[in-house]
Design a protein around this ligand. Structure first.
Ligand SMILES: Nc1ncnc2c1ncn2[C@@H]1O[C@H](COP(=O)(O)OP(=O)(O)O)[C@@H](O)[C@H]1O
Ligand SMILES: Cc1ncc(COP(=O)(O)OP(=O)(O)O)c(N)n1
Length: 288
């Protein structure tokens, strides 16, 4: 049997809620990371009672306790990429921003000056989860302003879906032109890259689906055929985790987004009926 040096495996920390049905949240994130050959760690922000039929209840964890988990694991593992999902409360959002600023600062000063740029940079992928697919709110009221002011300026890649981009920008997004405008407004909030997912664009039940990736200097449209499907669970978590995993392997943001989108679309083609409700996408062994 060949031996691999697993201590060299790139590390990603997921900060997200728990979905006991395994289709979304930290459970999905860790499955994706394992499939994409990165070491996945997870700090839990909230426990949901959730099945493939929807979210039934949210048990919020004590914010200080959540923040201690994040801080302790960050400084122990020093993950190359941190990916966030359900952040749940204003206290967690605010605390995470503070921890991330300090981590970036300390990490920069610890590194030898001859380290490569890629090694120096620690990256934050934010999937701004606001609602579950069945419409239950996964972010406390009052968090939106804090999210915009505290966390967006620290974000390497933001991965909103259409309703999330609408909530941040206050504009209605009905077509590609609106998507470009909304992405511009999000970049103006200090985000380095926006990956605006087109799954929820109205009037596109058939035909193409487009995800838009933009920075201040670059813009790419990832178009593909819309797969007729029964609204599978976990697409957003799966995409953001795949993106974070590729970035941890030092692919560029553009390459990472392209690979992650291809990966999630393949998963959407083969959703799995694991329960009595929505099928799930996060069965990565089917994707390989
Ligand atoms: N019907 C579909 N066919 C192909 N790809 C899809 C479909 N629905 C969503 N996707 C892809 O899944 C990813 C998640 O998109 P979206 O459903 O918009 O986000 P979210 O799960 O956060 O609501 C995106 O890459 C999007 O292009
Ligand atoms: C704990 C938890 N986190 C996130 C979600 C949302 O999952 P997502 O993949 O964005 O979308 P849906 O599958 O819910 O449409 C969740 N449900 N639970």
């Amino acid at each position: 049997m060949s031996k691999r040096d697993f201590s060299e495996l790139p590390k990603v920390l997921s900060i997200a809620g728990s979905d006991p049905s395994g289709g979304a949240g930290i459970q999905a994130d860790l499955k994706v990371m394992a499939q994409l050959d990165v070491y996945g760690a997870a700090a839990v922000t909230a426990l949901t009672r959730q099945t493939t039929r929807g979210v039934h209840h949210i048990y919020a964890l004590e914010p200080d306790w959540v923040l201690r988990q994040i801080e302790e694991v960050l400084y122990d593992l020093k993950p190359r990429v941190v990916k966030t999902g359900m952040l749940q409360s204003p206290a967690i959002l605010q605390g995470l921003a503070k921890i991330w600023r300090a981590y970036q600062e300390e990490y920069r000063s610890l590194l030898d000056s001859d380290c490569s740029d890629n090694e120096q940079e620690r990256r934050l992928v934010i999937d701004p989860v606001m609602h579950s697919g069945t419409g239950i709110s996964l972010l406390d009221e009052g968090s939106l302003r804090l999210f915009r002011e505290e966390l967006l300026p620290l974000t390497t890649v933001l991965t909103p879906n259409i309703p999330e981009a609408e909530a941040f920008t206050g504009m209605r997004i009905k077509n590609m032109e609106d998507m470009e405008k909304a992405a511009g407004l999000l970049l103006d909030c200090g985000v380095q890259w926006v990956l605006l997912k087109g799954g929820h664009l109205p009037g596109q039940e058939e035909g193409e689906i487009v995800d838009l990736l933009c920075s201040h200097d670059e813009s790419y449209a990832f178009a593909g055929p819309r797969i007729p499907y029964q609204d599978p669970h976990g697409t957003g978590c799966t995409l953001a985790s795949a993106l974070a995993s590729y970035m941890a392997q030092n692919y560029s943001v553009r390459e990472s987004a392209a690979s992650a989108i291809t990966w999630v679309r393949r998963a959407i083609e083969k959703p799995l009926q694991v329960g009595t409700g929505r099928p799930v996408v996060c069965q990565p062994a089917l994707v390989k």
